[in-house]
Design a protein around this ligand. Sequence first.
Ligand code: ADP
Length: 284
Amino acid sequence: GEPLAVSARVAPLGSRLVLLLVEDLTEARRIEAVRRDFVANVSHELKTPVGALSLLSEAVMDAADDPEAVNRFAGRMQVEATRLTSLVQEIIDLSRVQNDDPLEDAEPVAVDDLVAEAIDRCRHPANAKQITMATAGAPDLYVWGHRGQLAAALGNLVENAVNYSPARTRVGIAGRRVTAPGGGGTSQAGGSGGLIEISVTDQGMGISQADRERIFERFYRVDPARSRATGGTGLGLSIVKHVAASHGGEVTVWSAEGQGSTFTLRLPEAASARPSEPRSGDHR
Ligand code: ADP
């Protein structure tokens, strides 16, 4: 594209400043392209349920004197409306984690609390599929971060483990400390410099190598039909990735097709289990 042409023209000048400027422009264009793609994807994803709702409402009107058909169409309208609601909610969640700096509201968050909350959130689908939730205790482990964002991230991982596993399998959630305090991690205010790992392991369908490289992209789904059937939007893992990165951590995936997957969140450990001193201007 154009930045390359510019770069070829200025290269003979040998000016590092000009090259930096060109790199900046290229980065700005890349961000703009990502934003444009996102808007296009959102429009596309919204059109599906909105289109279905419009067709179904016509069908309801045409079937006015067939109460049984009206009921059937109304039921499907409810499914589409629910899908639309969760899509809009996830778009709001994504924009929130992208715009809010989580470390402004950071506090020590107990890993056990995050795990309990994530399990609670999946109770219904897990019970329906008779999936066993196994936790390996993580007492006294505290991560440093934004409680709501961390809960959303772990909740998404556990929800996926349940959604993409067959009935009567096991989902394991384990927390552990991977580096001793002061052991090399990048320390932030409130962090100990140590790292905590929370892993979610399922015995589900697994994810191929090619898909593992793409599942953290917004709206990417291995099997869109299956994802839709479980209420998936394709945004969950991009939210997880964003939350991990903005906390100075990361999320990784290991998987063997047909055997299962393990998603691992690595997050900064809190220096102490007590919340830090309230800052002036805090109202609690
Ligand atoms: P979705 O809302 O579709 O679940 P995500 O961003 O959470 O979106 O996940 C993206 C895709 O990654 C899913 O559609 C699914 O194909 C795949 N995936 C995520 N978690 C798992 C898992 N635990 N096992 C198998 N596939 C998974």
